[in-house]
Design a protein around this ligand. Structure first.
Ligand code: SF4
Ligand code: SF4
Length: 193
């Protein structure tokens, strides 16, 4: 840069109210349209906000993938919720009708959803596996989620009312019922049965 150019102060841009900016198409006589999302000069704060939102979305997606991986249920992340597995119907000996709900609960580590959809009654027979278009080992996934649910129960991550309702309505399988009932009584639950 020539030395004399360095001394020239930058030209000041005159601020024009958006409503009077002649470069904008008119909306009403004397009022020019303000297009906040298409005009970058109008976006004083939104770039930072956009970045924050994108970081949030990225973190949520990463968590969705990382949580099942951490618990050995990485294949649940491949479920694309097509619900083809609902075709299992009477071939499920535990009368589970919404296998996809269970798979999504495993992917998101949603214990309440898993319990309420009878996931703790799964026998791991594998009959639903043949209906999964992604060939996911559904029986294996539900088994791992059952173990994770008991761990979550002991860590106090499952609300008392969810446990009570599941016990009262017979939604806890033989394999898990002792752990659930013991926890329930320790936390002031009434005697059942
Ligand atoms: S693996 Fe579980 S959900 Fe699938 S058919 Fe067997 S009992 Fe039902
Ligand atoms: S069929 Fe497989 S991929 Fe489709 S919803 Fe069921 S578990 Fe998910």
């Amino acid at each position: 840069m020539p030395p004399d150019e360095k001394d020239v102060p930058p030209e000041r841009v005159k601020w024009i109210p958006r409503s009077r900016d002649a470069d904008k198409p008119p909306a009403l006589p004397g009022i020019h349209r303000y297009a906040s999302f298409t005009n970058l000069t109008d976006r004083m704060t939104t770039p930072a906000l956009n970045r924050a939102v994108m970081v949030g979305v990225g973190a949520a997606v990463a968590l969705d993938v990382l949580r099942p991986i951490a618990l050995g249920m990485w294949d649940a992340a491949y479920c694309y919720e097509c619900r083809a597995c609902y075709a299992t119907q009477e071939k499920c000996p535990a009368s589970i009708t919404f296998q996809a709900e269970l798979t999504v609960a495993c992917r998101t580590m949603d214990y309440r959803r898993f319990i309420n959809n009878r996931g703790l009654l799964c026998f791991r027979c594998g009959n639903c596996t043949g209906f999964c278009v992604q060939h996911l080992d559904l029986a294996g996934i539900y088994g791992k989620m059952g173990t994770a649910t008991v761990r979550a129960l002991r860590a106090g991550k499952i609300p008392f009312d969810v446990v009570e309702e599941a016990l009262s309505e017979g939604r806890i399988g033989r394999e898990y019922v002792d752990a659930f009932y013991e926890w329930y009584r320790e936390h002031g639950g009434r005697k059942l049965g």
